[in-house]
Ligand binder design. Structure first.
Ligand SMILES: Cc1ncc(COP(=O)(O)O)c(C=O)c1O
Length: 398
């Protein structure tokens, strides 16, 4: 099937929720490179929206998936699942958490985390159910997570919104404190708002939020769906903020391309009892084996150090571009979760399309920045290739 045939079927049969797809279909990949239906090669700086942690066709991940595909992929949570147990143990050994529950996506993990926070207080006979989140946040597309997400554009088609969510501005600890009442069970935040435009929270604010949650005896949920699994240079983003959450959620990079989400919590916050929550697919052997391989390969191949080094190099090169090109208003982010803002955001899609023509896959975030979230195996040579082409295209739009 060629691209034109694929586009025709998609136009006829896909529920067109994406304003437009970029005119390419990737059919092969190796390392940080993708190949389209015509065999054209692209350097991938997008990783399927910060998902493909180990790039494409990583031998260990490919083997882990093929092994499970040729034996047992799924049996359900009515049975013990060896790969699930291995992944639980690994994630707990690397984090603050004592307990894990596996879901299939980020939205689903966040839904579960909110249920967990509500259940925590139900167990004590308290009716605390409200969750406070931040303006400009993104927590997913399910009905409850649309209400949690602090952006009207995701909410307006689905009113009335699910009750129990309140969005407040970031970096205003007094307002957050005033918003907490007797019915509040949790505060849920991203450390770096991803879909909102790669907007890092300040360390002082995050520490103040932690303290406030302690003082008010409510739970702190960190949505690490985009920041987790090495993306910012530590296995989990909270490590570089110097706080310990009660609950975190993971998805995206965890499975390296295989759908999986997770809720991690302390023993204290693990309030679920038999029958309180469940899933058909969550925690299946194939997804858990993939995720176990992703996380252990990050450790075995010292990829956190690569994220720190290559991320610092990329940030430096983006800052040099900012010095050279007046059209860049900001460079921000951490590790391999970086972005540049353009003074004229209407030029973003032009830059993305031109980069694609030149053989580079980059994305945007929040309609305000160019987003750089490559596989964690990205190299400084690949940064140089990216920067020289970006330099050329920014020159064109000045
Ligand atoms: C921080 C954050 N939370 C939640 C989600 C939703 O994840 P999913 O699309 O897997 O449901 C995303 C996805 O972009 C995200 O970035």
């Amino acid at each position: 099937m060629n691209l034109e045939q694929i586009k025709k079927i998609d136009k006829d049969h896909f529920m067109g929720v994406y304003s437009s797809r970029l005119p390419v279909c990737f059919v092969d990949g190796e390392g940080c490179y993708l190949y389209d239906t015509n065999g054209k090669k692209y350097l991938d700086v997008f990783a399927g929206i910060a998902v493909n942690t180990l790039g494409y066709n990583h031998p260990k991940l490919t083997k882990a998936i093929c092994d499970k595909a040729s034996s047992v992929m799924h049996t359900s949570n009515y049975f013990y699942v060896k790969e699930q147990a291995m992944l639980e143990e690994l994630l707990c050994s690397l984090s603050f958490a004592d307990k894990v529950f596996f879901a299939n996506s980020g939205s689903e993990a966040n839904e579960g985390a909110v249920k967990l926070a509500r259940k925590f207080f139900k167990n004590k006979g308290e009716n605390k159910y409200k969750v406070i989140t931040l303006d400009n946040s993104f927590h997913g597309r399910t009905l409850a997570m649309v209400a949690a997400t602090g952006q009207k554009k995701y909410q307006k088609a689905y009113t009335p919104l699910t009750a129990g969510f309140l969005n407040v501005p970031a970096d205003d600890i007094d307002l957050l404190e005033k918003s907490i009442d007797d019915e509040t069970c949790a505060v849920m935040i991203e450390l770096i708002q991803g879909e909102g435009g790669i907007v890092p929270m300040s360390k002082s604010y995050v520490k103040a939020v932690r303290k406030l949650c302690n003082d008010k005896n409510i739970l702190l949920i960190i949505d690490e769906i985009q920041t987790g699994i090495g993306r910012t240079g530590t296995m989990f983003g909270y490590e570089s903020y110097g706080i310990t959450p009660d609950i975190i959620t993971l998805a995206k990079g965890l499975g390296g391309g295989v759908p999986i989400g997770a809720i991690l919590a302390t023993d204290y916050a693990s309030a679920f009892k038999p029958g309180d929550h469940g899933t058909t697919f969550g925690g299946n052997a194939l997804a858990c084996s993939a995720a176990y391989t992703v996380v252990s390969t990050i450790l075995d191949e010292n990829l956190l150090q690569n994220v720190v080094d290559t991320g610092a190099y990329l940030e430096k090169q983006l800052s040099s571009l900012q010095e050279k090109h007046d059209c860049i208003s900001d460079v921000r982010g951490l590790g391999l979760m970086l972005a540049i803002a353009l003074k004229d955001s209407s030029k973003l899609s032009y830059v993305v399309e031109k980069m694609l023509e030149e053989g580079f896959v980059i994305g945007t975030a929040g309609g305000v920045v160019l987003r750089f979230v490559p596989p964690l195996i990205f190299s400084t040579t690949q940064v140089d290739d990216l920067i020289s082409t970006l330099d050329m295209i920014l020159e064109e739009i000045k």
